[in-house]
Design a binder for this molecule. Structure first.
Ligand SMILES: [Zn+2]
Length: 263
């Protein structure tokens, strides 16, 4: 199956700060995490696309809530995590599985990334180097731990960080600026964080999306991927949030600090 050069990814803004992702080739489309059906239907109509598949990363309503309404109009396969209960799920997936979408010439492989939820999965396309990671990795941050442990989440994020640097990160929320303000507090000596914050604030001031990001940029600036870096460890120790150098304890301290950070 060869990739179509015309294949593209379009952001559909939804709710206050979600992005639903539409993968399409001008004719056929697959939607990732349709929390709401109405904006997806509007995008399909305006681009004159036929929906071929629904891909889900986890069970939260702002990611899967639009599935029943979409299925009522488009009887398509619904791919999603085998370890989570989701209405309409027809193709349960775990790590090592792949999804073939012949109409789009698209092949996606599945990675287990538990932490935000217990069964959360991510999709990677090796040909295009696209990552659809739901609420696991964000631009400059990561998802909250609703169902998983810091050890699970650090292992999940490490899998994503190991992808090629030019992999595009299609995360599900526009949280980048507030994430980077926290990143600067966590690692004030990292000039890449300050530069990225200024750049993303400028983009937001013009109403632009700050995603997709790339794995390379995240590895340089995202404190949740830098939980073993000296600068981050020193900040956590100076703040009295960490003793020692354990990366999982450092991740847990970062996540707890971020949960209450109002910088
Ligand atoms: Zn979620």
């Amino acid at each position: 199956m060869s990739a179509k050069p015309s294949l593209q990814v379009t952001a559909i803004p939804a709710f206050a700060d979600n992005y639903l992702w539409l993968i399409h080739d001008q004719q056929h489309a697959a939607v990732v995490d349709p929390g709401d059906a109405a904006p997806v239907e509007a995008a399909l109509a305006s681009l004159n696309l036929k929906l071929d598949a629904i891909l889900l990363t986890h069970h939260h309503g702002d990611h899967a809530g639009g599935v029943p309404a979409l299925l009522a109009r488009w009887p398509v396969p619904v791919y999603g995590p085998a370890r989570e209960k989701i209405a309409g799920l027809s193709h349960p997936l775990t790590e090592g599985d792949s999804v073939q979408l012949p109409a789009l010439g698209l092949s996606l492989s599945v990675i287990d990334v538990p932490g935000h939820t217990a069964g959360h999965i991510a999709y990677v396309t090796a040909d295009q180097r696209w990552l659809f990671c739901g609420d696991t990795l964000f631009a400059g941050g990561c998802g909250r731990l609703f169902e998983g442990t810091p050890a699970q989440m650090t292992a999940s994020l490490a899998k994503l960080a190991a992808l090629p640097d030019d992999t595009k990160v299609y995360c599900a929320h526009e949280y980048t600026v507030s994430n980077l303000r926290f990143a600067l507090a966590a690692e004030p000596g990292n000039p890449a964080v300050a530069a990225r914050l200024a750049h993303e604030e400028h983009r937001r001031s013009r109403g632009e999306a700050t995603v997709p990001s790339t794995i390379g940029v995240e590895r340089q600036t995202n404190p949740f991927l830098r939980n073993a870096e000296t600068g981050v460890l020193h900040t956590l120790q100076a703040e009295g949030r960490l003793s020692g150098n354990d990366p999982v304890a450092a991740f847990a301290a970062l996540r707890e600090w971020k949960n209450s950070y109002r910088g």
